[in-house]
Ligand binder design. Structure first.
Ligand code: HEM
Length: 198
């Protein structure tokens, strides 16, 4: 609980902020949405999040391109022989689902290597496990039990970071290379500058 609940949330926010620095027009669009809904006389709060669909689309698109837990089911073992589609899984096998491959598959997603939150404004895709094109928290009986808390935390922190600051690259730029440890981390941690917004 402690490991899964901290590492994944921190890593997802780092990927999202890297994308905000790389795509200033997307960052500005999210800030314009926050300005229109919340203004700048008070800090954005949890109850504002449902009114920020573009911000939610940024989180979905980040989970699609950079799922912190890209391999599902690594803690599960087939206890008897089973067929899944065309695949035979013998008893004793750990068969992992490669969610990263699914979310980067061009037969499922148009322009999968492009960061486009707009795709989720056009189509409302659930990320909670009912749509297997995008299940960054897994699906079924062993789905992530912290997904609601994770999304509440990430949406609120992202909204507050964007409301208060404009995020720009530092001299070294942004490197999107990945490194798979327990979670899918940035190989070179994000370094950027925060400029206060008036
Ligand atoms: C963005 C944040 C998070 C992501 C992307 C994420 C993703 C995942 C994934 C992919 C799994 C495995 C599902 C499977 O094998 O099918 C999982 C399991 C789990 N997650 Fe999360 N998670 C996040 C946040 C959290 C938080 C905040 C908590 C707790 C407060 C948490 C607790 C757990 C636990 C306990 C499991 C193991 C469940 C089991 O094996 O039955 N996670 N998570």
């Amino acid at each position: 609980m402690i490991f899964r609940g901290t590492d994944t949330v921190a890593i997802l926010l780092e990927w999202i902020m890297a994308r905000m620095v790389l795509h200033p027009e997307i960052q500005s669009k999210a800030q314009a949405e926050i300005d229109a809904v919340v203004g700048n006389s008070r800090i954005v709060s949890q109850s504002d999040i449902p009114k920020l669909p573009y911000l939610q689309s940024i989180v979905k698109e980040s989970l699609r391109m950079h799922p912190p837990g890209p391999l599902l089911s690594w803690a599960r073992l087939a206890i008897h022989d089973v067929n899944i589609g065309d695949h035979f899984i013998p008893a004793g096998t750990t068969a992992m689902v490669n969610m990263w491959a699914i979310t980067h598959d061009e037969s499922i997603w148009s322009e999968p290597s492009e960061f486009k939150p707009e795709r989720f404004m056009a189509e409302d895709v659930s990320i909670l496990g009912s749509d297997l094109r995008l299940a960054p928290f897994g699906s079924g009986r062993r789905v992530c039990p912290g997904k609601a808390m994770a999304l509440a935390t990430v949406h609120l922190w992202l909204a507050q970071l964007l409301q208060r600051f404009k995020w720009v690259p530092s001299e070294g730029g942004v490197d999107l290379s990945e490194c798979l440890k327990m979670s899918l981390e940035m190989k070179n941690p994000l370094v950027c500058k925060a400029l206060p917004r008036c």
